[in-house]
Design a protein around this ligand. Structure first.
Ligand SMILES: [Zn+2]
Ligand SMILES: [Zn+2]
Length: 414
């Protein structure tokens, strides 16, 4: 479930409402668009109702780590996945609730800013540890505990930090959201466990102008890649600036098409002999005769560049990879109706093993080999593929792959 966030417009200062995944922020008041860039996780705070005799600078903020995403794993003869949405204490204080439960979703939260003068308790549990715990629980959950475990990947995850405000009144620690007492505490001892707001937490904002031609860059609120319709270029944020990426769009003979983005990843494989597309067909035991033309094709994966539920993600990745020879070369030409890129290239690269495992018809033989396999991406390109609108579904023009519109819509909320 998405979080609703209050954030000030970097141009005019008005308060605007955002979703957790939003990056391109269009202010409804001054109409300026800014692209948000963060170093590390976004930091939010729950709204407090501390009594008026508590000074604002005497508030404490306890960190909770929020992980939302998909865990894919291979165990026994199966590839499985689970959607995880969890918020866990980022430090070890037994008086505090271990999780925030549904509280962050139930209220409007704010981005942490330097206006918060209280004490931010240090996060002592690493995000990685929390992910490991979530993964272990997932694997335990799945039954069949004794089966061998071969692979695990977190894909499309967001990690953020949500602070629970606290205060001490008459040496009793209180939850400042509910005003419930938690435990006895001494302010001086608590202060040692934290520090004030850090400047590096402040997100910064990029003006959405094309670095090549100066025209306005276009995207939707959750777009990770912005497009210039004037010089037909695509841009991703990298190290605080926009960098041009390699991209193309497969031109359709039809009007009224909808284009969905895929990361086309040319990969080098270590650990097993798998150099060509023909090798991939053989390795995953596809029911086709591997021909000379297959052996001459490079090993290229086609991974959806948008968030969508795991079963659909694996199906699209597998089928586009297997039917890629039907896709003609594209052009650098922006079209109407392009679905936003909501899954980063690095996330797509992490999905390669899972997509291969999903494609394998010989899972019993292939899955135990996964720990020894390494993919090294050689180059990547963003490719938009044309889909027909068929009522409830979108159908890919060249491969006839279909995708329910509702699934695509729901994916924007993942
Ligand atoms: Zn504004
Ligand atoms: Zn341009």
């Amino acid at each position: 479930m998405d979080l609703t966030i209050h954030q000030n417009c970097p141009s005019c200062g008005a308060t605007i409402e955002l979703n957790e995944a939003d990056r391109l922020i269009r202010c409804p008041y001054c109409e300026v668009k800014n692209f948000m860039v963060t170093r590390g996780p976004l930091r939010f705070v729950l709204p407090d109702k501390a009594p008026s005799h508590i000074e604002r600078q005497d508030l404490f903020y306890a960190p909770y780590l929020r992980f939302k995403g998909n865990i894919y794993y291979c165990k026994g003869n199966y590839l499985k996945y689970k959607v995880v949405d969890t918020t866990r204490q980022g430090m070890n204080i037994s008086a505090l609730p271990p999780s925030l439960g549904l509280r962050p979703q139930a209220m409007v939260i704010s981005l942490v800013t330097d206006e918060l003068k209280g004490c931010f308790l240090h996060q002592t549990i690493k995000a990685r540890t929390l992910l490991e715990q979530a993964a272990q629980l997932t694997v335990l959950d799945s039954g069949d505990i004794k089966a061998d475990f071969y692979h695990r990947a977190f894909i499309g995850e967001t990690l953020s930090c949500v602070y629970l405000p606290l205060y001490i009144d008459k040496e009793v620690l209180h939850d400042a959201v509910t005003n419930k007492p938690l435990a006895r505490a001494v302010a001086e001892k608590m202060r040692i466990m934290g520090s004030t707001y850090r400047e590096s937490w402040t997100p910064h904002f990029l003006a959405t102008l094309c670095p090549r031609c100066g025209d306005s860059l276009v995207g939707e609120h959750d777009s990770l890649i912005l497009s210039c319709y004037n010089c037909h270029s695509s841009w991703e944020e990298k190290q605080g600036g926009f960098q041009m990426i390699r991209w193309s769009s497969v031109v359709s003979r039809h009007k009224d098409i909808y284009s969905l983005p895929f990361w086309k990843i040319h990969a080098y494989t270590k650990g097993v002999e798998m150099k060509s597309f023909g090798d991939f067909l053989r390795f995953t035991n596809q029911p086709v005769v591997v021909q000379k033309k297959h052996k001459e094709m490079e090993l290229v994966f086609w991974i959806p560049a948008f968030k969508v539920r795991p079963s659909t993600f694996l199906r699209l990745g597998k089928n586009m990879t297997l039917t890629q020879s039907k896709i003609p070369a594209g052009e650098e030409l922006m079209t109407k109706g392009m679905h936003p890129v909501t899954l980063e290239r690095t996330e797509a690269i992490q999905a390669l093993k899972s997509v291969m495992a999903g494609a394998a018809l010989n899972k019993k033989k292939l899955l135990p080999m996964l720990p020894d396999i390494r993919f090294r991406p050689l180059d990547t390109e963003l490719v938009y593929l044309p889909f027909f609108d068929k009522g409830h579904d979108y159908v890919q023009e060249q491969t006839a792959l279909s995708l329910a519109k509702s699934v695509l819509h729901f994916g924007r909320k993942l």
